[in-house]
Design a protein around this ligand. Structure first.
Ligand code: KIV
Ligand code: ZN
Length: 510
């Protein structure tokens, strides 16, 4: 059966989501998970955009063995050279070069005529091909480019040896019928061995529909991101593309290398590390995606699941909320269960998760897979540098008292203690933490959610802090919501300490 190549750009276009920025260490964790997911190409960054992007591409290249690792560059010698240097570590490197071709971009952004654009495209394609075999070319804003000029540019770069041409709907303007026709036209006029790739943005909510229509018309590579994150309204969501191909195989009759069971885990990891939440009604991975509320639906499901269900949560690795371990389960059982959920932790990490598992089991009768995932994720996304951890806290609060908090916080071998009053218990806690860390960020968002049902559910706090122009997210989990709040706050501060030293000179200009 024919295959569709899955090109993931979570670490490049996805990272351009407002508020999402990832350290190199976080990019490596996501890249490893993308490889487990079975992604064919991982676009790891845009090395010219910042030193940190260049470093991340190089580190991802070093770590990833099965997937192709790709770096983006404008059609400029300097960009291409930096991208090539970053790719030196990769076992399977790909260079992705782009140049805008639409009239609006030619006239207002690049101030260049058609023939000049054509000349640059050919020159840079040829320059790139001299240094690396696998080169992809993207005519930016392709969907708004005159089709005959688009084809002329593509034919010219193909004659320089380029085998993958990507057709971006950069501003999310196309609709499925016209985008599909464009792909059909290009497919019919380019050599058979050229792979046509599609890259759709979601400004009109059509990124996935456009990508799938393109596939029906001959595209064989889809560029997408986990959870659909990306510039403005985002990119086509990988999980939606995959489950369309799986559920409607009768129609598409195409395969991918994606292990659908890894989708849920990848989605959670990307959301935790970027701080971009998943909307509850998001197709495939939203928390409501498999919930049936209406009585008529529930009745139908009980009689036969097929009445209202086109796919099962386990197809994407979404765990069931049922009891899996209890207070008396040992380390061995915990390790086996964690491995069964697809996590790969070392012995030290398992020890720490086991420790937290025992504490949780003291407070909570039933430990479900979702509880275990949350405990394990905390370990997985932990920042390795010496960071602040909450050792102890004490809160005084009530309707006729001024709330106050005392904290004991550890960093490396040092223990710090301090106290503060506040407008409420959480505010007092945060002010006491500020006194210890010497950082006083502004709390921009604060969200609390119960992870599992019941009165002893774990509470998950997600918050966003802003300090010195940096917006940082944090996450904390506990059966005690004040403790979860404190952990989330310290998690954000720890991330801030890692990030403030990053060189983030995002490029300006064409
Ligand atoms: O949306 C776009 O045009 C891009 C290109 C760089 C491929 O992201
Ligand atoms: Zn894009």
């Amino acid at each position: 059966m024919e295959k569709v190549i899955i090109f993931d750009t979570t670490l490049r276009d996805g990272e351009q989501s407002p508020g999402a920025s990832l350290t190199s260490e976080e990019k490596i964790k996501i890249a490893e998970q993308l490889e487990r997911l079975g992604v064919d190409v991982i676009e790891a960054g845009f090395p010219m955009a910042s030193e940190d992007d260049a470093k991340a591409v190089s580190l991802v290249g070093k770590r990833i063995k099965r997937s192709i690792v790709c770096a983006l560059a404008r059609c400029k010698d300097e960009d291409i050279e930096i991208a090539l240097r970053s790719l030196e570590t990769a076992a399977k490197p790909r260079l992705h070069i782009f140049l805008a071709t639409s009239e609006i971009h030619r006239k207002y952004k690049l101030h260049k005529a058609k023939d000049e654009i054509l000349k640059i495209a050919v020159e840079k394609a040829s320059f790139a091909k001299k240094h690396i075999d696998d080169v992809e070319f993207s005519p930016e804003d392709a969907s708004r480019t005159e089709p005959d000029f688009l084809l002329e540019v593509l034919k010219a770069v193909v004659s320089e040896g380029i085998k993958t041409v990507n057709i971006p709907d950069t501003v999310g303007y196309a609709i499925p019928s016209e985008y599909g026709s464009l792909i059909k036209y290009l497919k019919g006029n380019l050599p058979d061995n050229v792979v046509i790739s599609v890259h759709c943005h979601n400004d009109l909510g059509l990124a996935v529909a456009n990508s799938l229509e393109a596939v029906l018309n001959g595209a064989r590579q889809v560029e997408c991101t986990i959870n659909g994150i990306g510039e403005r309204a985002g990119n086509a969501a990988l999980e939606e593309i995959i489950m369309n191909l799986v559920v409607r195989k009768d129609l598409y009759n195409l395969e991918t290398n994606i292990m659908a069971k890894e989708i849920y885990r990848t989605s959670r990891m990307v959301s935790s590390l970027t701080g971009v939440p998943v909307q509850p009604n998001k197709a495939i991975i939203g928390e409501n995606a498999f919930r049936h509320e209406a009585g008529i639906h529930q009745d139908g499901i009980l009689k036969n699941r097929l009445t209202y269900e086109i796919m099962r949560p386990e197809m994407i690795g979404m765990p069931e909320s049922k009891l899996v371990l209890g207070k008396h389960s040992g380390r061995h059982a915990l390790k086996a269960r964690i491995e069964n959920l697809g996590f790969q932790l070392n012995e030290e990490q398992i020890d720490r998760v086991f420790d937290r598992f025992k504490k949780l089991a003291d407070k909570k009768k039933e430990i479900t897979d979702i509880d275990l995932i949350v405990l394990t994720e905390e370990e997985e996304i932990k920042i390795e540098e010496p960071t602040y951890t909450l050792e102890y806290f004490h809160i005084i609060s009530g309707s006729s008292t001024i709330p106050s908090a005392t904290v004991r916080i550890k960093k490396g071998d040092k223990i710090y203690e301090d106290a503060s009053r506040g407008d409420g218990p959480v505010d007092a806690l945060y002010k006491a933490i500020n006194r210890v860390t010497g950082i006083s960020p502004t709390l921009r968002e604060y969200k609390i959610a119960a992870i599992t049902g019941g009165q002893d559910a774990q509470g998950e706090v997600t918050l966003s802090l802003e300090t010195e122009g940096l917006k940082i997210v944090g996450k904390g989990v506990s059966t005690d919501i004040i403790e979860a709040s404190g952990k989330a706050y310290l998690n954000a501060i720890n991330r801030y300490l890692v990030r403030k030293n990053l060189v983030r000179t995002k490029y300006k200009g064409d």
